[in-house]
Design a binder for this molecule. Sequence first.
Ligand code: FMN
Length: 197
Amino acid sequence: MNSNMSLTEAIRGRRSVGRVKSDSIAREVIEQLLEAGNWAPSHHATEPWRFYVMTGGGRQALAAAYADIAAEGMSGQELEELRAKQAAKAFRAPVVIAVAVSPSTAKGVSRIEEFAAAHAAVQNMLLMAHALGLGTIWRTGEPAYHPRMKQAFGLGEADAIVGLVYIGIPETTPSEGKRRPAADKTVWMTGEADSKL
Ligand SMILES: Cc1cc2nc3c(=O)[nH]c(=O)nc-3n(C[C@H](O)[C@H](O)[C@H](O)COP(=O)(O)O)c2cc1C
């Protein structure tokens, strides 16, 4: 870990990195990412995130799902080409972690908050990866939400994929990030405003 990286630097410096090297990542490093994800907050301490770590041939499960989803209802000569193109997506990074949510059905637990917790787990992982010098991209798209994708990881009906996190050593340096000012999205509600009412 780059211990010189402040939290502010990690938050501001993290970028989506779509192009990474094929070099494998040490298991201990991957475990650090999982540990970071596991420290996300969750209402009622449900810890609803689930991680499916794919490396090497393990990515074949994802490849098959991408291919099957794209091929759904299709036929013809180009089908195999299409399947191969879609399957190749699973191999864009040496490590792909499918992050799923398995929402608690306990009384008082909100499904939307279970998703919120799993999303927070993903962000923790992205930040930790960045601090460790790794590049990541959080991918979803329609295939991520397709029932066939759930099947690839043995998920139940109420479960869902919240992200496919592609991880590797960055191949390129991404350009600096841009955000519109926080002030544009913020309303300050202070006592002074109240006193004018
Ligand atoms: C829920 C979610 C889903 C995303 N899905 C995709 C995706 O399918 N493909 C992609 O290229 N980027 C995806 N992204 C990454 C965003 O495009 C990216 O975060 C955004 O452009 C801001 O860039 P930055 O991450 O470099 O700050 C996703 C991000 C989130 C939060």
